[in-house]
Write a protein that binds this ligand. Sequence first.
Ligand SMILES: [Ca+2]
Ligand SMILES: [Ca+2]
Ligand SMILES: [Ca+2]
Length: 278
Amino acid sequence: MSEGVYENTDGFEDNKSNAMKNTDIDGQLYGNVGAFKPSRSDGVVASEPDSSGKRCFLVAAVCLGLLCVLLLAGIIGLSVYYNRAINDSEDKRNNLFQSFSLYKINATEERDQLQTRYNNLTRERDQLQTRYNNLTEEKGHIQAKLFVIEQYCQEGWRYFDSKFYFLSTEKKTWKQSRQDCLDRGADLVIINSREEQTYVFNLHLRAWIGLNDSVTEGTWKWVDGTPLTTGYWAAEQPDDYERQEDCAEIYYGQDDPVKTWNDDKCGTNHNWICEKVV
Ligand SMILES: [Ca+2]
Ligand SMILES: [Ca+2]
Ligand SMILES: [Ca+2]
């Protein structure tokens, strides 16, 4: 074995031609480097690389370094851009979500307001419809009433406060006058209020009214049997003159329209006023 070692040692003797031929070890270690160690034309290996080889190696290393730097910078730039894009996307999504939520709230409020307004309009429409129906019904009643009034007026009646009044052109006793009213489906006028008293007074008649104390002297009753509660007697009336005056008349010509009644003899002939409720 030692011989083998020394044999190889012999191979490493400073023999330049053998060194180039020894490819077992040197060829493996410096095979690639050999490209940077070109042999001289005379077959002697250069002990130091020439300056052009170093330059190429440095240029390649610098280029590789710059490439790495650029690649790293690109990766960093892409990472920053990517993170920023993600953040922007999240911000946009959040803003969009907030906008949608706000829109949803506003839309809901507007919908509720419209629903409330619709309900109010529906209620108002129903009220107007009811009012229209009532007015239509009332119109029918008024038309019927006007028709009746027109018919009675054509027969000589006068209309006041939902009552009809007939003024006679003849003069008769109180009893005959009442019979005429009964024949017309009415009766001698019963004065129920100050307004009715004024209206009858303004008819400018001296006429019988439906009031007498024939049954009991001093107890005045209307023709429908109701007792007199409010009288519009003239001054010093009723006086039952000569104890014969038991029928009431309204006497036009007095100054005060609510002091115009007088008791007179029932057999006296006067005009008369009938009243009828239709
Ligand atoms: Ca009356
Ligand atoms: Ca009397
Ligand atoms: Ca009298």
